[in-house]
Design a protein around this ligand. Structure first.
Ligand code: FAD
Length: 444
């Protein structure tokens, strides 16, 4: 029995996972993706929590999609120290090759959903207070009970929604992480680096990070340069030069597809549903706001949305029922990400000297960096912090700022988790105002 017609816009990992989940659950699913199938995914590998497959009920990918994960080392902003985060084997992320992962997910989804590549969606069909379908670039109109927008951080469909629906249209510049990633050869006869996976925090005193991953099997040097708000070619050149200076292994020959991209680096969007419409993945800002990982978040959201549609309360595709999707997501992971987002903003705005000192003294230490990077709650005790930072009293204003941020972070995580249980427009709008306002007030 067809439980309803669903359109998904975009066909990256979260979208394919959702198509598989919904198709298997008895919905008629059509996916529209503007790119050619071979070009949807980047030519590189990603880290993700392996538990997301189990959680979402998605089969685990075959061995040839995977490679062993190494632990990260965080370099302090002034390079005075490096923090090696030794994660036990069983808690390590997996490393997935993105294109083979997409092929694997496509293989699962195509048996229960129609997937149309090279088919851009031009617009939404909106009638009254409901999304009714999409208009393809070809002019064809396709109607459905629900349109799931998985078209990425800069979704133009989200931007076209009526103002009074209360869904944020644009990704603010301060929440956009602009990244350049390139995989180079390794210079012959260079000794391996001390640490294989290195993250430069606030690299060159700029708002962002850079990373270097040395692969001794494939003999590649993976370089990422990411900055919040803006990334110019001049910044890329400067950062690359600095890293090459530190890491003589990095060669000049690009050996895999080089790309620039934008990742939302912030808490989840404050409203991710409307009648006949839901957001998922980067279009709902579903990433871990420390490093920008979003694949596992998309899988988890796909499971939550499928459950909400499979066991609806009232109209499955109406806002009353779809609101339960947002509640499920926020309580499962979104609230934790809200806290991480606040911490990340503080780290970016703190003076470099103080940040360097705080990391070197482990005020922000291995435990916090591991939690933030893997999307877990960051728990900081002020007593412990003051003890560790005892000799940093020259950074007292920053220390007090950190205390203020921690209090606020705990409050905002509570707020994010405690959105109303059931959809009541007025109660939800009040919650939404507080949730958005918590970040606006501090300008962060
Ligand atoms: C350099 C870099 C490193 C990253 N590292 C990691 C990592 O290690 N781990 C991790 O989990 N995540 C990582 N991420 C994040 C991850 O890429 C995303 O969170 C994840 O891919 C989810 O993206 P998405 O499908 O929601 O959006 P996108 O990947 O942006 O996909 C949107 C899709 O929609 C299509 N589309 C857009 N508009 C239309 C339209 N009008 N009609 C039809 N189709 C449309 C696009 O072509 C695209 O295929 C990284 C990202 C970058 C850029």
């Amino acid at each position: 029995m067809n439980k309803g017609n669903i359109i998904i816009v975009g066909a990256n990992q979260g979208a394919l996972a959702l198509a598989y989940k919904l198709g298997s659950a008895g919905f008629k699913v059509t996916v529209f993706e503007k790119k050619d199938q071979a070009k949807v995914s980047y030519d590189w590998h990603d880290c993700m929590v392996p538990g997301a497959f189990d959680y979402a009920g998605i089969p685990f990918p075959p061995e040839d999609c995977l490679s062993p994960k190494k632990c990260w080392t965080f370099i302090t902003p002034k390079k005075t120290d490096s923090l090696f985060v030794n994660v036990p084997e069983e808690k390590l992320d997996i490393v997935v090759e993105r294109r083979p992962l997409n092929d694997f997910l496509y293989g699962l989804a195509r048996d229960c959903a129609e997937i149309r590549y090279k088919t851009p969606v031009a617009d939404l069909i909106i009638e009254g207070d409901r999304v009714r379908g999409v208009i393809l670039k070809s002019g064809e109109e396709v109607y459905a009970d629900l349109v799931v927008d998985s078209s990425g951080a800069l979704s133009h469909l989200r931007a076209s929604l009526p103002d009074d629906w209360g869904i944020q249209k644009l990704l603010a510049k301060r929440d956009a992480f602009f990244v350049y990633r390139s995989i180079f050869n390794v210079v012959e006869n260079t000794a391996p680096p001390k640490y294989t996976n290195q993250v430069y925090m606030k690299h060159l005193d700029e708002p962002g990070i850079s990373w270097f991953i040395y692969d001794d099997k494939k003999l590649t040097s993976d370089v990422l340069i990411g900055r919040v708000g803006e990334l110019t070619d001049e910044t890329i050149d400067r950062a690359l030069k600095d890293m090459k200076n530190d890491q003589p292994q990095i060669g000049d020959k690009v050996v895999r597809d080089c790309q620039k991209a934008v990742i939302p680096l912030r808490r989840p969007i404050s409203k991710m549903f409307a009648n006949g419409y839901a957001l998922i993945g980067d279009s709902a800002f579903m990433t871990i706001p420390m490093m920008g990982s979003g694949i596992a978040c998309g899988f988890m959201a796909a499971k939550i949305l499928t459950d909400v549609l499979s066991y609806p309360v009232g109209d499955p595709f109406g806002e009353f029922n779809l609101y339960r999707y947002q509640v499920g997501y926020m309580r499962e992971i979104g609230a934790k990400h809200t806290g991480i987002s606040m911490m990340k903003n503080w780290m970016l705005s703190a003076p470099t000297d103080a940040m360097d000192d705080f990391m070197a003294k482990r005020v922000i230490g291995e435990k916090e960096l591991e939690a933030g990077g893997s999307g877990q709650s960051i728990k900081l005790s002020m007593g412990e912090i003051f003890k560790k930072a005892f000799s940093s009293l020259d950074h007292l204003p920053t220390l007090l700022g950190l205390k203020k941020m921690i209090d606020k972070m705990n409050g905002v995580m509570d707020l994010a988790e405690n959105l109303p249980d059931e959809y009541d427009k007025a109660a939800f709008e009040k919650w939404q105002k507080e949730y958005d306002g918590a970040f606006k007030k501090s300008g962060k």
